[in-house]
Design a protein around this ligand. Structure first.
Ligand SMILES: Cc1cc2nc3c(=O)[nH]c(=O)nc-3n(C[C@H](O)[C@H](O)[C@H](O)COP(=O)(O)OP(=O)(O)OC[C@H]3O[C@@H](n4cnc5c(N)ncnc54)[C@H](O)[C@@H]3O)c2cc1C
Length: 502
């Protein structure tokens, strides 16, 4: 179906979770001056997944694109600023028991050369400081519970993400989209009508209404009602290299000084997140059901949070980890959990949602709704999934815990992609990681800085040894100078609490 600009396109979105409402807003905003009619149908009885409370800086670009200022949406969604993620207890190597994965800032340009230099030396076994945290401003801001927005006189920008209440963000985006013209139908879809050629023709609701459309967006969550159940697009599981398939969620009370990072703490059979909102702290334990039961996971999380005697109810969830073979098939695009999911360790799902929707809009603008741009779009979207998967797999592969089979098997996992294998080899043989990342064009998902932080952060270095000519490395990067530089930069940022009140 190619697009005739004079003919009105009827777009029907199934699902009113974060993915559905982000899609609706992106489309109504991007195609404001076009003949497009958008209807979103969702079932309050089914509800949304209700988690997904951390973002990357991609979400800021989305809110900026649709013209919603932070001062408007953040207070209504109990949102806070996020500088990055701390990984705690994933490595047992002395000095590397925790590290911070920072979002980039312009000041990094003054320290990354020193960091790369020291990492390079340490990869050869030379005794220099090569843990990432002291080099990066975002790590310092998080340690101090400072927000990422500099005072006016500081001329460098800092990228940041958010933490937020997923249900409130959904409601907020719903209000914006409907105000801008998206039709909202609350009904359960019981059946899907297909045209003789196999395209989707309409959704049949529980009130026997048929919602017809020209193009359908499947935002129905893990169900994949349109793309998987109706159109039978195959799902490629990532279970062989990402073991986690379940989560248990428990909120706790917010503390006085609100933090500005997500904390991801390794547990016996997975990891626990800690996400600070203005109203509460969101906590959850992502684990593998092959290694522990839901009850064991809940008890371990309660112990971790000191909530063993609390009657706060825990919520249990299952996760389907992998991706579709095609995200756009016939007259249907899948966005959100219906198109696939990589477990939430780096909080990337909404990043993928935004990338998928805006890439789709650009593809349609260039080539219409027909087949022309479809294959390339699907390839790009799938490649994005694979790149994120590789980065997440690396976290598990590099863990050095040996306290449970779960961690041992993760470290021994050899179901890894050629790309990841190559990155690890290049790192251990002391070759240029930057060249490899550029050669593979994978920096759009994770830059070389992110890879350096991960590999160095886990202490993925050989044992220290005496190397002839060591002196040329020792003392070349003056860590006191680095500390002083980062400290002076951080003086230009207020606390998270103050920044939230501005
Ligand atoms: C444990 C966990 C932690 C996560 N953490 C993060 C994170 O930190 N950061 C991040 O970016 N992402 C995270 N995610 C992912 C994030 O939650 C989702 O990407 C996001 O919420 C979007 O979900 P969705 O809209 O695709 O699906 P859902 O929220 O499940 O919404 C599905 C919608 O479809 C509707 N629907 C389904 N079937 C029908 C039907 N037959 N008729 C009518 N309506 C129907 C439902 O009512 C609902 O409105 C996490 C996910 C999990 C499981």
């Amino acid at each position: 179906m190619s697009r005739d600009p004079l003919q009105k396109q009827r777009i029907v979105i199934l699902g009113g979770g974060t993915a559905g409402w982000i899609t609706a807003n992106a489309m109504i905003d991007s195609w404001a001056d076009q003949a497009i009619d958008i209807t979103l149908v969702e079932s309050p009885a089914i509800g949304t997944v209700g988690v997904g409370e951390g973002s990357t800086p991609r979400l800021k670009l989305f809110f900026d694109a649709i013209g919603i200022p932070e001062s408007e949406w953040m207070p209504q969604c109990n949102a806070t600023f996020k500088n990055g993620i701390s990984f705690v207890n994933w490595s047992t190597k002395p000095g590397f028991e925790r590290y911070f994965h920072p979002f980039p800032s312009q000041t990094d340009q003054f320290v990354t050369t020193g960091f790369y230099f020291n990492s390079f030396a340490r990869r050869r076994g030379i005794d220099v400081h090569a843990h990432p945290d002291r080099f990066f401003l975002a790590a310092r801001l998080s340690e101090n519970r400072q927000g990422p927005k500099p005072d006016e006189n500081f001329p460098f920008t800092v990228e940041y993400g958010y933490h937020f209440d997923a249900n409130l963000v959904g409601k907020y985006l719903q209000a914006i989209a409907t105000r801008r013209g998206v039709k909202h139908v609350q009904a359960q879809v019981l059946d899907v009508k297909q045209a003789p050629d196999g395209d989707i023709a309409g959704l049949v609701t529980d009130s026997a209404e048929i919602i017809e459309g020209d193009f359908f967006i499947d935002c129905s969550g893990f169900r994949g009602t349109l793309i998987q159940k109706t159109l039978q697009v195959p799902f490629r599981s990532f279970a062989e290299n990402l073991f986690n398939d379940a989560a248990v969620v428990l909120p706790t009370e917010q503390v006085e000084q609100i933090g500005s990072e997500t904390v991801a703490t390794a547990m016996k059979h997975g990891w626990a997140w800690e996400i600070p909102l203005t109203s509460r702290i969101g906590n959850g334990y992502v684990y593998s059901s092959a290694f522990c039961s839901a009850d064991e996971a809940e008890t371990e999380l309660r112990t971790h949070l000191d909530l063993l005697d609390s009657d706060t109810e825990a919520r249990h969830l299952r996760m389907k980890v992998g991706r579709l073979e095609q995200h756009w098939h016939r007259n249907c695009l899948a966005v959100g959990l219906s198109q696939g999911f990589i477990e939430p360790l780096e909080a990337t799902a909404l990043n993928v949602v935004c990338n998928t929707v805006y890439d789709f809009i650009a593809t349609v603008d260039a080539d219409g709704f027909g087949e022309t741009g479809r294959a390339a779009f699907n390839d790009r979207t799938s490649a994005g999934f694979e790149r994120i998967r590789d980065y997440i797999v690396a976290h598990y592969l590099l863990n050095t815990r040996r306290d449970t089979d779960y961690w041992v098997q993760n470290a021994q996992n050899r179901h890894i992609s050629d790309a990841l294998q190559q990155i690890l080899e290049i790192w251990t043989t002391g070759k240029s990681l930057n060249q490899e990342i550029e050669r593979r064009q994978i920096q759009s998902s994770y830059t070389e800085m992110s890879w350096y932080c991960l590999l160095a952060g886990y202490g993925y270095y050989p044992d220290l040894r005496q190397v002839p000519g060591d002196e040329k490395y020792a003392g070349k990067v003056d860590m006191n100078e680095i500390d002083d530089f980062v400290r002076r930069c951080a003086m230009n940022f207020r606390s998270q609490n103050e920044q939230l009140q501005q």
